[in-house]
Ligand binder design. Structure first.
Ligand code: IMP
Length: 191
Protein backbone atom coordinates (compact mmCIF):
# COMPACT_ATOMS: atom_id res chain seq x y z
CA UNK A 1 0.00 0.00 0.00
CA UNK A 2 1.33 3.43 -0.89
CA UNK A 3 0.92 5.72 2.13
CA UNK A 4 -1.58 5.29 4.92
CA UNK A 5 -4.13 7.86 3.80
CA UNK A 6 -6.86 7.00 1.30
CA UNK A 7 -9.35 9.38 -0.26
CA UNK A 8 -12.19 7.21 1.09
CA UNK A 9 -11.49 7.27 4.77
CA UNK A 10 -9.24 10.06 5.81
CA UNK A 11 -9.32 13.01 3.48
CA UNK A 12 -8.20 16.28 4.99
CA UNK A 13 -10.87 18.93 5.02
CA UNK A 14 -10.19 21.61 2.45
CA UNK A 15 -9.55 24.98 4.10
CA UNK A 16 -12.52 26.56 2.30
CA UNK A 17 -15.09 23.98 3.48
CA UNK A 18 -17.45 24.95 6.26
CA UNK A 19 -19.44 21.71 6.73
CA UNK A 20 -19.37 18.25 5.21
CA UNK A 21 -22.92 17.52 4.05
CA UNK A 22 -22.35 14.03 2.61
CA UNK A 23 -19.16 12.20 3.49
CA UNK A 24 -17.02 10.20 1.13
CA UNK A 25 -17.95 6.99 2.97
CA UNK A 26 -21.69 7.74 2.68
CA UNK A 27 -21.34 8.42 -1.04
CA UNK A 28 -19.39 5.24 -1.75
CA UNK A 29 -21.78 3.06 0.27
CA UNK A 30 -24.81 4.49 -1.48
CA UNK A 31 -23.20 4.08 -4.90
CA UNK A 32 -22.59 0.41 -4.20
CA UNK A 33 -26.28 -0.06 -3.31
CA UNK A 34 -27.38 1.83 -6.42
CA UNK A 35 -24.99 -0.21 -8.57
CA UNK A 36 -26.52 -3.42 -7.20
CA UNK A 37 -29.99 -2.14 -8.17
CA UNK A 38 -28.77 -1.21 -11.64
CA UNK A 39 -27.11 -4.61 -12.07
CA UNK A 40 -30.46 -6.26 -11.34
CA UNK A 41 -32.47 -3.90 -13.50
CA UNK A 42 -30.21 -4.21 -16.52
CA UNK A 43 -29.22 -7.86 -15.99
CA UNK A 44 -29.92 -8.94 -19.57
CA UNK A 45 -29.23 -5.63 -21.26
CA UNK A 46 -26.41 -3.38 -22.33
CA UNK A 47 -26.62 -0.04 -20.59
CA UNK A 48 -25.38 3.24 -21.98
CA UNK A 49 -24.39 5.63 -19.23
CA UNK A 50 -24.80 9.25 -20.28
CA UNK A 51 -22.93 11.64 -18.03
CA UNK A 52 -23.89 15.28 -17.84
CA UNK A 53 -20.64 17.24 -17.83
CA UNK A 54 -18.92 18.59 -16.12
CA UNK A 55 -20.33 17.72 -12.71
CA UNK A 56 -21.18 14.05 -13.32
CA UNK A 57 -17.71 12.85 -14.28
CA UNK A 58 -16.76 11.86 -10.73
CA UNK A 59 -19.99 10.06 -9.79
CA UNK A 60 -20.09 8.34 -13.17
CA UNK A 61 -16.55 7.00 -12.77
CA UNK A 62 -17.20 5.68 -9.26
CA UNK A 63 -20.66 4.26 -10.04
CA UNK A 64 -19.41 2.49 -13.17
CA UNK A 65 -16.67 0.72 -11.25
CA UNK A 66 -19.25 -0.86 -8.94
CA UNK A 67 -21.31 -2.18 -11.89
CA UNK A 68 -20.96 -5.67 -13.27
CA UNK A 69 -23.36 -5.36 -16.24
CA UNK A 70 -21.82 -4.40 -19.58
CA UNK A 71 -21.69 -0.61 -19.84
CA UNK A 72 -20.81 1.92 -22.47
CA UNK A 73 -20.21 5.59 -21.86
CA UNK A 74 -21.11 8.84 -23.51
CA UNK A 75 -21.20 12.42 -22.34
CA UNK A 76 -23.12 15.59 -22.92
CA UNK A 77 -22.01 18.99 -21.80
CA UNK A 78 -24.62 21.58 -21.05
CA UNK A 79 -24.55 25.00 -19.56
CA UNK A 80 -27.43 26.58 -17.74
CA UNK A 81 -27.61 30.29 -18.04
CA UNK A 82 -27.79 32.08 -14.74
CA UNK A 83 -25.67 33.42 -11.93
CA UNK A 84 -22.87 31.43 -10.29
CA UNK A 85 -25.21 29.76 -7.81
CA UNK A 86 -28.67 29.90 -9.45
CA UNK A 87 -29.80 28.20 -12.65
CA UNK A 88 -32.17 29.93 -15.05
CA UNK A 89 -33.64 26.90 -16.81
CA UNK A 90 -32.31 27.99 -20.19
CA UNK A 91 -29.98 25.22 -21.30
CA UNK A 92 -27.42 25.25 -24.06
CA UNK A 93 -25.86 22.01 -25.38
CA UNK A 94 -22.11 22.59 -25.48
CA UNK A 95 -21.24 19.00 -26.43
CA UNK A 96 -23.70 16.50 -27.84
CA UNK A 97 -23.53 12.71 -27.56
CA UNK A 98 -21.12 10.87 -29.85
CA UNK A 99 -23.41 7.82 -30.07
CA UNK A 100 -26.84 7.29 -31.61
CA UNK A 101 -29.11 6.31 -28.70
CA UNK A 102 -32.03 5.00 -30.80
CA UNK A 103 -33.01 1.60 -29.40
CA UNK A 104 -30.47 1.86 -26.57
CA UNK A 105 -31.04 1.51 -22.83
CA UNK A 106 -29.91 4.90 -21.59
CA UNK A 107 -29.17 5.80 -18.00
CA UNK A 108 -28.51 9.50 -17.50
CA UNK A 109 -26.12 10.19 -14.63
CA UNK A 110 -26.47 13.58 -13.00
CA UNK A 111 -24.63 15.11 -10.06
CA UNK A 112 -27.37 17.25 -8.55
CA UNK A 113 -30.95 18.14 -9.33
CA UNK A 114 -31.81 21.58 -8.02
CA UNK A 115 -34.79 23.10 -9.82
CA UNK A 116 -34.78 20.11 -12.19
CA UNK A 117 -34.95 22.39 -15.21
CA UNK A 118 -31.64 21.24 -16.71
CA UNK A 119 -32.59 17.57 -16.53
CA UNK A 120 -36.11 18.25 -17.72
CA UNK A 121 -34.73 19.85 -20.85
CA UNK A 122 -32.22 17.03 -21.39
CA UNK A 123 -34.84 14.32 -20.97
CA UNK A 124 -37.13 15.87 -23.55
CA UNK A 125 -34.19 16.18 -25.91
CA UNK A 126 -33.03 12.57 -25.39
CA UNK A 127 -36.54 11.07 -25.53
CA UNK A 128 -36.97 12.52 -29.01
CA UNK A 129 -34.05 10.36 -30.18
CA UNK A 130 -35.98 7.11 -29.55
CA UNK A 131 -34.06 5.23 -26.85
CA UNK A 132 -35.44 1.80 -25.83
CA UNK A 133 -35.48 3.07 -22.23
CA UNK A 134 -34.43 6.24 -20.49
CA UNK A 135 -33.78 6.42 -16.76
CA UNK A 136 -32.12 8.91 -14.43
CA UNK A 137 -29.60 8.45 -11.67
CA UNK A 138 -29.08 11.58 -9.60
CA UNK A 139 -26.60 11.51 -6.75
CA UNK A 140 -28.04 14.56 -5.02
CA UNK A 141 -31.25 16.54 -5.03
CA UNK A 142 -32.71 19.57 -3.34
CA UNK A 143 -36.35 18.49 -3.20
CA UNK A 144 -37.73 21.81 -2.04
CA UNK A 145 -36.79 23.40 -5.29
CA UNK A 146 -37.99 20.84 -7.81
CA UNK A 147 -40.33 22.73 -10.10
CA UNK A 148 -40.85 19.87 -12.54
CA UNK A 149 -41.82 16.25 -12.04
CA UNK A 150 -38.75 14.18 -12.90
CA UNK A 151 -38.77 10.38 -12.97
CA UNK A 152 -35.57 9.87 -10.97
CA UNK A 153 -35.12 6.11 -10.78
CA UNK A 154 -31.94 5.99 -8.71
CA UNK A 155 -31.26 8.60 -6.08
CA UNK A 156 -28.43 9.16 -3.63
CA UNK A 157 -29.10 11.87 -1.08
CA UNK A 158 -31.32 14.81 -0.41
CA UNK A 159 -29.25 17.83 0.58
CA UNK A 160 -30.49 21.00 2.25
CA UNK A 161 -31.40 23.95 0.14
CA UNK A 162 -27.89 25.41 0.20
CA UNK A 163 -25.11 25.68 -2.35
CA UNK A 164 -22.75 22.70 -2.10
CA UNK A 165 -19.45 21.80 -3.72
CA UNK A 166 -17.28 18.72 -4.10
CA UNK A 167 -17.64 15.29 -5.69
CA UNK A 168 -17.98 16.89 -9.13
CA UNK A 169 -19.74 20.07 -8.06
CA UNK A 170 -17.95 23.36 -8.45
CA UNK A 171 -18.01 26.94 -7.41
CA UNK A 172 -16.32 28.99 -10.15
CA UNK A 173 -14.81 25.71 -11.50
CA UNK A 174 -13.11 24.87 -8.19
CA UNK A 175 -13.62 22.10 -5.61
CA UNK A 176 -14.86 19.42 -8.04
CA UNK A 177 -12.15 17.01 -6.90
CA UNK A 178 -13.15 16.88 -3.23
CA UNK A 179 -14.27 13.32 -2.35
CA UNK A 180 -17.15 14.61 -0.21
CA UNK A 181 -19.96 17.15 -0.61
CA UNK A 182 -19.84 20.23 1.58
CA UNK A 183 -20.68 23.87 1.99
CA UNK A 184 -18.20 26.68 1.53
CA UNK A 185 -17.21 29.16 4.19
CA UNK A 186 -18.98 32.49 3.63
CA UNK A 187 -15.58 34.18 3.27
CA UNK A 188 -15.02 32.28 0.00
CA UNK A 189 -17.95 34.09 -1.64
CA UNK A 190 -16.77 37.46 -0.35
CA UNK A 191 -13.17 37.17 -1.63
P1 IMP B 1 -31.15 22.64 -12.04
O1 IMP B 1 -31.39 22.87 -13.50
O2 IMP B 1 -31.68 23.78 -11.20
O3 IMP B 1 -31.66 21.32 -11.54
O4 IMP B 1 -29.59 22.72 -11.81
C1 IMP B 1 -28.79 21.66 -12.12
C2 IMP B 1 -27.36 22.06 -12.29
O5 IMP B 1 -27.03 23.25 -11.54
C3 IMP B 1 -26.46 20.97 -11.74
O6 IMP B 1 -26.16 20.01 -12.72
C4 IMP B 1 -25.26 21.76 -11.28
O7 IMP B 1 -24.37 21.94 -12.37
C5 IMP B 1 -25.81 23.10 -10.87
N1 IMP B 1 -26.07 23.15 -9.42
C6 IMP B 1 -27.26 23.16 -8.80
N2 IMP B 1 -27.12 23.23 -7.46
C7 IMP B 1 -25.79 23.25 -7.24
C8 IMP B 1 -24.98 23.31 -6.03
O8 IMP B 1 -25.46 23.35 -4.88
N3 IMP B 1 -23.65 23.32 -6.22
C9 IMP B 1 -23.04 23.27 -7.46
N4 IMP B 1 -23.77 23.22 -8.59
C10 IMP B 1 -25.11 23.21 -8.49
Amino acid sequence: MVGARTAQTDHPLHDDIDNVVVSSEQIQERLQDIAAEIDLQYADRNVLLVGVLKGAFIVMADLARYLTVPVEFDFMAVSSYGSATQTSGVVRILKDLDLDIAGRHVLVVEDIVDSGLTLNYLLRNLRARGPASLEIMALLSKPDQIRVDLPIRYHGFQVPNVFVVGYGLDYAERYRHLPYVGTLKPSVYRD
